[in-house]
Write a protein that binds this ligand. Structure first.
Ligand code: F6R
Length: 609
């Protein structure tokens, strides 16, 4: 999603703005731009299609002066990713950068055109610049003009404004999309997250919903949505939040895959008491697991698949009925929610617009609201009644890897806690499961050692156009996740199916070309999956089996390749089997030569519906 940076500085800012935008590249974008005030306070812009490199080339030819400026990476929503649609959008009085969507832009645009304004782009953002310009034209100060314009906007946004002739003024606003204010020494910053501000300051205040802020070199004055001046706490952001270098890895995704033993262990340490053999939740929930009637899990993409694994765990271990939805469908279906229901939102970024909207729907409908999130300062974390953190550290690769397995680690711990509280697990069951969870980092280390085999397999996958992933039970969501990972970073078409569904349609696709990847740890339903593999083999299909030593011995089906993972209790298998499907997608994408960390069309933090 779009990235925002603003600097009221003491030295030329163009280079610093570009550096900050580089730190925001992980969010995904398809054009970029800067605006500064050059000599005499003249508003000047440079914008370019595509990657930041193009903007740098442009700046090398046509440098931008000025000690105050704003910058933006744009992930196109309204209008193609062209230079004309790139931010900042500007009039002669004001420039603006924007993350989010202005829903009523058409109505505002018609009104402004009728008032004599001319538009240069197809974007929703340009109406914000024109609207503020209009107010200033009528004699308002920049702050009054922004305050008045904000009241006309509907939608979700973070905005940063720069004004012609105002060499000590930036204005920021937040509704729906996050915006942080950073305090430096004699200089001040605005950024879409603390990572953008990392080289400049670790002293940050996060704007609340509806806030807008006037930033000068002397500090910041924050207003709430009623325009009253308010104080927001300035926090010191931990150094860990800034660890965004690739180390010795070629891609962030590779680094993040290999970090999993460490971050899963770190996350579990917050939930498990390994000495006592029990779960100790890091926060006391504001609800009682024992009396819950239903759990509703809501999330998007990979986080949704983590929720789907959790459905199997909560139903099996805690006998707690679970409904699960993709967030974009959830609230529009207006689901009836039980009196004593818990709604659980799973999100790496904590900013996904659909998930956040689902959370607000559940709050309004009297549910207990809990969240499993990786960014503790995010909107979802701040709006949930109770937060169960994943401690994966910043995830920069657009394709989620370590956040997924950490989400699973947290969800498994919660399911065991719920199972105990609801009387379906005894002390010994809990001890056994806690021990199994405690073994996870070691099992992931062993699984990562399979990488050379996976690289060889990737050479086969890189040759094909379609791949089918199959799994049963809690391996079914891992099949879905494997297919999602492969398609999003290698652009090879892949589908995940419940193995038992094969004969209801996808079996028609089986031929001697398309690989069929089967996720099948040796568990209670292993034999059922073997029957489905036989159906594939009988039609000449090429099977790649991920299983364990018992599965490899018991599978009486010819395979193109059998990858043997360590033996482990079946409850924790989804966490470990996630790793080879991540590695397979990664190495296939590397062979295909795609942009692994920033795949085309994708954004890291999806703050639009
Ligand atoms: C896929 C991926 C996405 C995200 C989804 C939700 O690799 O990363 O599918 O899982 O956009 O994002 P969060 O977890 O930030 O809510």
């Amino acid at each position: 999603m779009c990235g925002i940076i603003g600097i009221v500085g003491r030295e030329p800012v163009a280079g610093h703005l570009v550096d900050a935008l580089k730190r925001l590249e992980y969010r995904g974008y398809d054009s970029a731009g800067l605006a500064t005030l050059e000599t005499g306070g003249v508003l000047t812009r440079r914008r370019a299609e595509g990657k930041l490199r193009n903007l740098e080339i442009r700046l090398a030819k046509e440098p931008l002066e000025g000690v105050i400026g704003i910058g933006h990476t744009r992930w196109a929503t309204h209008g193609a990713p062209t230079e004309a649609n790139a931010h900042p959008h500007a009039t002669k009085r004001v420039a603006v950068v924007h993350n989010g969507i202005i829903e009523n832009f058409r109505e505002l645009k018609d009104e402004l055109i009728a008032a004599g304004h001319h538009f240069e782009s197809e974007t929703d953002t340009e109406v914000v610049a024109q609207l503020v310009d209009r107010k200033m034209e009528l004699g308002m100060s920049p702050a009054d003009a922004v305050a008045a314009a904000l009241k006309r906007l509907t939608g979700a946004f973070a905005l940063a404004f720069l004004f012609s002739g105002e060499e000590d003024l930036l204005i920021g606003a937040r509704r729906g999309s996050p915006l942080a204010v950073g305090w430096g020494t004699g200089e001040m910053f605005l950024g879409s997250d603390a990572i953008a501000l990392a080289p400049f300051t670790d002293r940050v205040a996060y704007l609340e919903e509806g806030d807008w802020v006037v930033v000068t070199r002397a500090g910041a004055v924050i207003h709430d949505e009623t325009d009253a001046i308010v104080q927001r706490p300035i926090v010191t952001v931990s150094a860990a939040a800034f660890q965004v270098d690739r180390g010795n890895y070629r891609h962030f995704m590779a680094k993040e895959i290999h970090e999993q033993p460490e971050v899963i262990g770190h996350t579990l340490a917050h939930y498990l008491d390994l000495t006592a053999g029990c779960i100790r939740l890091p926060v006391t929930p504001s609800f009682d697991w024992a009396s819950l009637d239903r759990l509703s899990i809501v999330a998007c993409g990979t986080a949704y698949y983590a929720g789907l694994v959790a459905k199997y765990w909560f139903e099996r271990l805690a006998r707690l009925p679970v409904e699960i939805d993709v967030a974009s469908e959830f609230r529009y279906r207006e689901p009836p929610l039980p009196k004593n229901g818990l709604a659980l939102f799973v999100s790496q970024s904590g900013e996904t617009a659909d998930t956040l909207a689902g959370l607000r729907y559940c709050k309004a409908h009297g549910q207990h609201v809990a969240a499993v999130v990786n960014v503790p300062t995010s909107s979802i974390a701040r709006e949930a009644d109770v937060v169960f953190p994943t401690l994966a550290g910043p995830e920069i690769g657009v394709a989620s890897t370590k956040a997924f397995t950490c989400q699973l680690a947290v969800l498994a711990s919660l399911a065991v806690a719920a199972g105990r509280a609801r009387g379906h697990l005894g002390i010994d069951d809990e001890k056994r499961l806690v021990r199994a969870l405690g073994d996870l980092p070691g099992l992931v280390v062993k699984t990562l050692r399979l990488e050379p085999r996976i690289v060889r397999l990737a050479r086969e996958i890189a040759k094909v156009e379609d791949v089918l992933y199959l799994g049963r039970g809690s391996s079914y969501p891992i099949a879905l996740e494997g297919a999602l990972k492969l398609k999003e970073i290698s652009y090879i078409h892949a589908e995940g199916y419940a193995a038992g569904e094969l004969k209801h349609g996808p079996i028609a696709l089986i031929d001697e070309v398309m690989p069929v990847i089967v996720i099948a740890p040796f568990d209670a339903i292993f034999e059922k999956t073997v029957s489905n593999m036989q159906e594939v083999a009988a039609r000449g299909g090429r099977i790649i089996l991920f299983t364990d030593s018992r599965g490899a011995a018991a599978a009486s089906v010819p395979t193109l390749e059998t990858i043997v993972l360590p033996d482990m209790p079946s409850e924790i298998a989804p966490l470990v089997y996630a790793v080879p499907v991540q590695m397979l997608a990664y190495h296939t994408a590397v062979l295909m030569g795609t942009d692994v960390d920033q795949p085309r069309n994708l954004a890291k933090s999806v703050t639009v519906e």
